[in-house]
Write a protein that binds this ligand. Structure first.
Ligand code: AMP
Length: 397
């Protein structure tokens, strides 16, 4: 995969697939510019080198039909403010005068095309549609890691119309490099901390990680299914009966492969799922009847901390407790702090998933880790070992 650093941009019309699927309020004003901010470096690179940046994205789910609510014209001012430059709104890729409009653009200018998902061909990955988009540029850059797991016209199919001339933007490139650093070029010991609510949503990640990690820490709601597979009681905690065999299989695999699995050795429990509940710290992994496991206990914190501090590569996805309630955020905070300390000592740490990122933010530790992946679904699929079509298209180019 080539990075935009390898492209010759001067005087070129550069088609950039970005992920500007931004949140909006009822007046359609953009309420968070994070996704736009993450593309600034790529857009600046193009304009500073005298290229023309033609940005294209999807927004929401217009289902292949023109729908004003989902028009990218509503985000032009937010894009312009965030990039710090004027942005020309070009209209639809298939408009009859689109090439004329593009030909009027000058070196260093930035323009934005209409929502690509106004055409059903986009999500179908239609080659004719991809070809029509491709006609508008000399070079293709993909900086939309968040949609790299989709085989759409603008994220995957289009690359083949730019033989030798399709590049990864800085955001996509850094996301892929950081994931590769963890999964493929890792330094041992490699520890994955997987938490969150359910085993069922993380089975494929857990299975893929079994091929890679030295240590697997399991916390959060999903840990009670694992503890139950080992014969401990789970009380009223989150529990997935049908996942017990999966948990058993993972525990067996770990045994065969020599992977250390760390589960809670004590639990902070509540008598109801609320901040104003009564609490109970258990002596061992068992959760008594009528109690819910809400967070890891003090002995578990010490155990998890030690493993994290001894690691050279760390992957964290999913909180180890109900961190949204301060009372049950202690374990997740301790995990985040241990990752930060380990990073300071030279470990490489990658954090992904909305809740882990929110937890890091809540504890003021966002800058203390090596990389935060905002890839969402694309990142999860990568962790599951699935080849992402958007990445494959660039790699094959
Ligand atoms: P996920 O989206 O699967 O990563 O799950 C994140 C959610 O798991 C967060 O909202 C946490 O509050 C929740 N969670 C973590 N630990 C527990 C637990 N012990 N009981 C119930 N929910 C939990």
């Amino acid at each position: 995969m080539k990075s935009i650093d390898q492209a010759s941009l001067s005087g070129k019309k550069v088609l950039v697939r970005v992920d500007y699927n931004v949140p909006q309020n009822e007046q359609l004003q953009v309420t968070s510019t994070t996704r736009i901010k993450r593309t600034v470096e790529t857009v600046n690179k193009i304009t500073n080198e005298g290229g023309i940046a033609i940005l294209m994205s999807h927004l929401g789910r217009p289902k292949g039909e023109v729908n004003d609510t989902f028009s990218l014209k509503h985000i032009v001012s937010a894009v312009s403010e965030t990039l710090g430059k004027p942005v020309v709104f070009l209209g639809d890729v298939l408009d009859s005068d689109i090439e004329e409009k593009i030909n009027r653009l000058h070196s260093g200018e930035v323009a934005l095309l209409e929502n690509l998902r106004f055409h059903k061909e986009e999500e179908k990955g239609d080659p004719e549609f991809a070809k029509a988009i491709a006609k508008l540029g000399d070079i293709y850059v993909n900086d939309a890691f968040g949609t790299a797991h989709r085989e759409h016209a603008s994220t995957a199919t289009i690359a083949k119309f730019f033989p030798g001339n399709a590049y990864a933007g800085y955001l996509l490139y850094s996301e892929v490099q950081s994931l590769k650093k963890v999964l493929e070029e890792k330094k041992s010991p490699f520890t994955a901390i997987i938490g969150g609510a359910k085993v069922s949503t993380k089975i494929n990640i857990l299975k893929n990680l079994m091929e890679k990690v030295d240590n697997l820490i399991v916390g959060g709601g999903m840990s009670y299914t694992f503890l139950s597979a080992l014969g401990f009681t789970h009380g009223d905690s989150l529990f997935e009966e049908d996942m017990v065999p999966v948990a058993q299989e993972i525990l067996e695999q770990a045994n065969i492969k020599g992977i250390n699995i760390y589960l809670p050795v004590d639990n902070l429990c509540a008598d109801k799922f609320a901040e104003d509940s009564n609490t109970l710290l258990t002596e061992d992994p068992n959760v008594p009847n009528n109690w819910l496991g809400m967070d890891i206990g003090v002995k578990t914190i010490e155990l998890f901390k030690k493993v994290i501090l001894d690691s050279k590569t760390i992957l964290w996805n999913g909180p180890v407790g109900v961190f949204e309630m301060d009372k049950f955020a202690v374990g997740t905070k301790a995990v985040a702090e241990a990752i930060a300390e380990s990073t300071k000592n030279g470990a490489y740490s990658l954090i992904g998933g909305g809740d882990s990122i929110a937890a890091l933010g809540k504890f003021g530790l966002s800058k203390e880790v090596s990389y935060i992946s905002t890839g969402g679904g694309a990142m999860l699929e990568y962790l599951e070992g699935i080849e992402l079509p958007g990445i494959k298209a660039l790699e094959e180019n």
